[in-house]
Write a protein that binds this ligand. Structure first.
Ligand code: PEP
Length: 245
């Protein structure tokens, strides 16, 4: 069953965020569980409000980051338990905008994944190469290293990896189907080598997924869903993506 996750990034004040959530909820009511699963990840500040709009819709709720600790002197950080308490059950970790913009290392991402899983959140761990790494033919090595460093030793019952080539995020430049397919196969091989059986894992593609390319992307072998940024900010377009397979 494809999993479609909307990453709202730093978008959404109370008014427009609740409107967007209500729009997604209205489209989802009665339509989820039948071959699709949908999650939205708003900013921390409106998680609770968004949750109130999603009640009864079947749409899941997540955060976009969390601290690697549960409590303490970590000014500005939000712990996995805090996220859980306001009603979210998912969290995106290791997004390239955090790896690049906030200097997050594989080791930090891994510590966050461990803390999130300990708190009972389902993690969506992002990996992906930069344009320079892509052009230099290093994409597979980079992704293998990120997987090795960012995923914990013990795999949880349910886990999600998102392949997001950095050069495709927010750029309108989607990776070609054969590039996506080859990378997803590579990720599957890496995970099998390390964890053996791959029960409970889904591998998403992210990077300029839109209403007009979602069907093609979601039909690629090894693609179990999509992580959607910009196109998740309009309920109509987001729902078209959610309905694409
Ligand atoms: C993302 O932020 O994870 C993403 C894939 O963004 P966009 O869909 O806008 O490229």
């Amino acid at each position: 069953m494809p999993l479609i996750v909307g990453n709202w990034k730093m978008n959404g004040l109370k008014a427009d965020g609740t409107l967007l959530a209500a729009g997604v909820a209205a489209k989802a009511k009665g339509n989820l569980g039948k071959g699709r699963e949908v999650v939205v990840c708003p900013p921390f500040t409106i998680i609770e409000r968004v949750q109130s709009k999603l009640i009864g819709s079947g749409v899941g709720l997540g955060a976009q980051d969390c601290a690697p600790k549960e409590s303490g002197a970590f000014t500005g950080d939000i712990s996995p338990g805090m996220i859980k308490e306001v009603g979210a059950t998912w969290v995106i970790l290791g997004h390239s905008e955090r790896r690049a913009g906030h200097g997050e290392s594989d080791a930090l991402v891994r510590a966050k994944v461990e803390a999130a899983e300990a708190a009972g959140l389902t993690t969506i761990v992002c990996v992906g190469e930069t344009l320079e790494e892509h052009d230099g033919g290093r994409a597979k090595d980079v992704v293998a290293r990120q997987l090795q460093g960012s995923l914990p030793e013990k795999r949880p019952a349910r886990w999600v990896v998102a392949y997001e080539p950095v050069w495709a995020i927010g750029s309108g430049r989607t990776a070609k189907a054969e590039v996506i397919g080859a990378m997803h196969r590579h990720i599957i091989v890496q995970l099998q080598r390390r964890f053996g059986k791959l029960d409970g894992v889904q591998i998403l593609y992210g990077g300029s997924v839109k209403a007009d390319n979602a069907r093609e992307i979601l039909s690629i072998d090894g693609v179990d869903g999509a992580l959607v940024g910009g196109a998740s900010l309009k309920s109509e377009e987001f729902w078209t993506i959610c309905s694409a397979r």
